[in-house]
Design a protein around this ligand. Structure first.
Ligand code: NAP
Ligand code: 12T
Length: 341
C-alpha cells in the first residue's frame, strides 16, 4: 500500500453489529477516507447507510470488488473471511479481519495497538483483530506484566449478547418482552433462555470440555503478549447485558505488586481508565462503558491467599475497543507507516 492523503476503504459486513460501529468509528476518529464502500449479503444489498452525512448504498460482496480498495475492515464471520480475505489481499488490499479465521496463523500479525503495535508492520496483506474478551484483558494486563511479570491468569468473563451479533440482541429483547408479559420464550440464537439467565457456554465446545471462546482467550493472549510461558485458564459466560463485556481477573506475578502500585501503573497506562473508589460505589459497569473506547478497571485488590496476587474487574465496550475501535487503530498505524514513494 502506498502513502496517500486519503484512502479507499471498504467494510465487509457493514450492516452487522460490529460493521455499523466501524462506520461510526471511522467518522469519529476522522480517518482519512477518500471513498467508503459497504458490503454485505443479498439480505441487505441495496439498503442505504450514512457516513459523514452521505448516503451510501450497501453492495453485494463479490470476488471482484476489491480492485482499488486500500484497506478493508472485515466483520462478516469466519467463513466469509476465509473465502474473501485472501482474494482481497491478492488484489493489493490490506485486510484487517475481525473474525477468528487467521488469528493464530503464525504468519499473520494479531494486534492490540496499546500492546504490540509493531507487529502490524510484519503483515502480508492480512492483519487479525483479536477476540473482544482478549483485547480488553491484555490492554489492562500488559502494563502490570511489564512491571512485575505475570506468571498465571485466571479469568471469568460476563459477556454481553452483542458479541454474538444483531440477531442475538433481538433475541434478548424478544425474550425479555415476552416474559414480562407472561408469554413463552423462543430459544433460537443462544443454547438456552438468555433473558434473566447466565449461560456458561460461548462458541462451540471442544474435546477438552473448554469452549472455543475460552481457548481463544488463552492462545491469543500469549501471542499478543509475546510470552508462551504465561499460564492462563478461562471460563466464559454469556449474561443478559446488551453491550459491554466484564471480566473478573486474578493474576499471580513474579514480583510483588501492591494494589496501590497496580492502581498507579494503570492510571497512566494507554487506553485504560481506573474507576476504583469502593467507598463511593465507584467501579466499572458495562452500562457506563458502552459507547466508550477505553478499557475500564476497578476492584483492584490484593489476593490474600498467595504472596504475589491481584484481583481486578475489567470492563469495555465489546463492539468498540473489542472490535471496531481496535480495527481502526490498526488501520491508523498502517497508514502512519506506509512508504512514501
Ligand atoms: P452480525 O451482527 O450478525 O453481522 C454480520 C454481518 O456479516 C452483517 O453485515 C451481514 O450482512 C454480514 N454477512 C453475513 N453473511 C454474509 C455473506 N454471505 N456475504 C456478505 N456479508 C455477510 O455479526 P457481528 O457481531 O457484527 O460479527 C461479525 C463478525 O465479527 C464475526 O466474525 C464475529 O466473530 C466477529 N466479531 C469479532 C469481535 C471481536 O472479538 N473482535 C467481536 C464481535 C464480533 P447482512 O446484513 O446481509 O446479513
Ligand atoms: N462466538 O471474534 O459469541 O471469535 O460473543 C467474538 C464473539 C466469536 C470471535 C460471541 C464469538 C467471536 C463471539
Amino acid at each position: 500500500m502506498l502513502k496517500k492523503k486519503k484512502y479507499n476503504v471498504a467494510i465487509v459486513g457493514a450492516t452487522g453489529a460490529v460493521g455499523k460501529e466501524m462506520i461510526n468509528v471511522l467518522e469519529e476518529r476522522k480517518f482519512p477516507v477518500e471513498s467508503l464502500r459497504l458490503f454485505a449479503s443479498e439480505r441487505s444489498a441495496g439498503e442505504s447507510m450514512t457516513f459523514m452525512n452521505q448516503d451510501l448504498v450497501v453492495e453485494l460482496l463479490q470476488e471482484n470488488v476489491f480492485n482499488g480498495i486500500d484497506i478493508a475492515l472485515f466483520s462478516a464471520g469466519e467463513k466469509i473471511s476465509l473465502q474473501y480475505a485472501p482474494i482481497a489481499a491478492r488484489a493489493g488490499t490490506v485486510v484487517i479481519d475481525n473474525s477468528s479465521a487467521f488469528r493464530m496463523n503464525p504468519d499473520i500479525p494479531l494486534v492490540v495497538p496499546e500492546v504490540n503495535p509493531d507487529a502490524v508492520l510484519k503483515h502480508n496483506g492480512i492483519i487479525a483483530n483479536p477476540n473482544c474478551s482478549t483485547i480488553q484483558m491484555v490492554v489492562a494486563l500488559k502494563p502490570l506484566h511489564d512491571k512485575a511479570k505475570i506468571k498465571r491468569i485466571v479469568v471469568t468473563t460476563f459477556q454481553s449478547v452483542s458479541g454474538k451479533g444483531k440477531e442475538a440482541m433481538d433475541e434478548l429483547f424478544e425474550q425479555t418482552k415476552s416474559l414480562l408479559s407472561f408469554g413463552d420464550v423462543k430459544v433460537e440464537v443462544f443454547p438456552h433462555q438468555i433473558a434473566f439467565n447466565c449461560i456458561p457456554h460461548i462458541d462451540a465446545f471442544l474435546d477438552n470440555a473448554y469452549t472455543k471462546e475460552e481457548v481463544k482467550m488463552v492462545d491469543e493472549t500469549k501471542k499478543i503478549m509475546e510470552d508462551d510461558s504465561l499460564r492462563i485458564t478461562a471460563t466464559t459466560v454469556r449474561v443478559p447485558v446488551y453491550i459491554g463485556h466484564s471480566e473478573s481477573v486474578n493474576i499471580e506475578t513474579e514480583e510483588h505488586l501492591s494494589a496501590n502500585e497496580a492502581r498507579a501503573i494503570l492510571s497512566s497506562a494507554p487506553g485504560v481508565l481506573v474507576y476504583d473508589d469502593p467507598g463511593r460505589n465507584i467501579y466499572p459497569v458495562p452500562v457506563d462503558a458502552a459507547g466508550k473506547d477505553e478499557v475500564f478497571v476497578g476492584r483492584i485488590r490484593e489476593d490474600e491467599s498467595i504472596p504475589n496476587g491481584l484481583n481486578l474487574w475489567i470492563v469495555a465496550d465489546n463492539l468498540r475497543k473489542g472490535a471496531a475501535t481496535n480495527a481502526v487503530q490498526i488501520a491508523e498505524i498502517l497508514i502512519r507507516h506506509t512508504q512514501k514513494r
